[in-house]
Write a new protein. Structure first.
Length: 74
């Protein structure tokens, strides 16, 4: 049985776009009022997810790689 974590249950998709083989999604978490970005690379089926401050969420959605920390980019 697969039970979704509370993180994914409270998570709501705010925006999504696909560009050049990348699927970029902006999420809001209702439980802690946080926002995050998820980048899915279709070619290699790899996903990177990272938190972003709410006041920078839309900018991070449009320019996600500018908001990655060196550890997240590796």
């Amino acid at each position: 049985m697969n039970i979704p974590s509370l993180t994914t249950i409270g998570r709501r998709e705010l925006a999504q776009r696909v560009t050049g083989g990348l699927e970029i999604t902006l999420y809001w978490n209702a439980y802690d009022n946080s926002t995050s970005i998820e980048i899915h690379t279709q070619a290699i089926e790899e996903t990177v997810s990272f938190p972003v401050p709410a006041h920078r969420a839309l900018d991070a959605f449009h320019h996600p790689f500018a908001h990655l920390t060196p550890q997240e980019a590796a």
